[in-house]
Design a protein around this ligand. Structure first.
Ligand code: PEP
Length: 255
């Protein structure tokens, strides 16, 4: 497997943080820091910040994503946002299947698949999150869990569409906990996901796929994680809220 053929992508997941003025200030701080990045730079922001982020990043190398979308094009789904509403605004990416959606909002592999399909159909590129719970790792079923999540989420996705998907391996026990997977653990599961994708779509597609690691990646541990052969970038929560830390991770990915 050849890391050089893949694009490293660092994506920030702001979660439920930042008012519009706070978002504007963070992006203003970020823009000059990351302008020469040699990797993809994405910020996934709350719906209320999308317009601010799109405006503030115009003409820069920062791309904007949402943190979720619904699978229906429109209808009686109070509180939800459709993929088409996002593309109409100019949003390029959407996170689907984040563990916090699975944990707190009843997302299942089946609804993740519906959302992936809807996002692709509407023209969004997808950051698809998969990852095991601590008890699943302890029961030694990480590969089974992550393999199943990946296969179900990619149901009905064509080989051509696959090039618009980034997979983020995010062990649930490492998200927001300060407990990072070791570089070896991250690489091992990322590699396994690549073999699952290879079985479904062939070696070339798997080799070309960007597979990120996410889970307490920060300015200190990013370089070691990102140096792993199967870790092609990161999905960053807490550290994406500080421009300097996010930039340090971007610099590590640019090497
Ligand atoms: C995330 O939200 O996807 C994430 C990885 O969060 P954190 O970096 O804070 O663990």
């Amino acid at each position: 497997m050849n890391k050089a053929v893949r694009k490293a992508v660092i994506a920030g997941n702001w979660k439920m943080n930042k008012t519009r003025p706070e978002a504007q200030a963070l992006i203003n701080e970020l823009k000059p820091l990351v302008k020469d990045a040699d990797c993809g730079v994405i910020i996934c922001v709350p719906y209320t910040n999308l317009e601010t982020a799109l405006e503030a990043t115009k003409g820069t190398n920062i791309e904007v994503g949402a943190e979720n979308c619904h699978w229906a094009a429109s209808g009686a789904f109070t509180g939800e946002i459709s993929a088409g509403m996002l593309t109409e605004m100019g949003v390029k990416y959407v996170i689907i299947g984040h563990s916090e959606r699975r944990q707190y909002f009843g997302e299942t592999d089946a609804t993740v698949n519906l959302r992936v399909r809807a996002a692709l159909d509407a023209g969004l590129d997808v950051i698809l999150c998969v990852g095991e719970l601590l008890e699943q790792r302890e029961a030694d079923i990480t590969e089974e869990i992550v393999g199943m999540q990946t296969k179900v989420a990619l149901g009905g996705v064509s080989a051509e569409e696959l090039s618009r998907i980034i997979i983020a391996y995010e062990p649930v026990w490492a998200i927001g906990t300060g407990k990072t997977a070791t570089a070896e653990q991250a690489n091992e599961v990322n590699h396994y996901i690549r073999t699952v994708v290879a079985k479904l779509y062939g070696d070339a597609a798997a080799e070309a796929m960007t597979i990120q690691y996410g889970g307490s990646m920060n300015a200190k541990n990013a370089a070691e994680l990102l140096a792993q052969p199967d870790v092609d970038g990161g999905l960053i929560g807490g550290a994406a809220l500080k421009a300097a830390d996010f930039n340090t991770i971007i610099e590590a990915a640019s090497k």
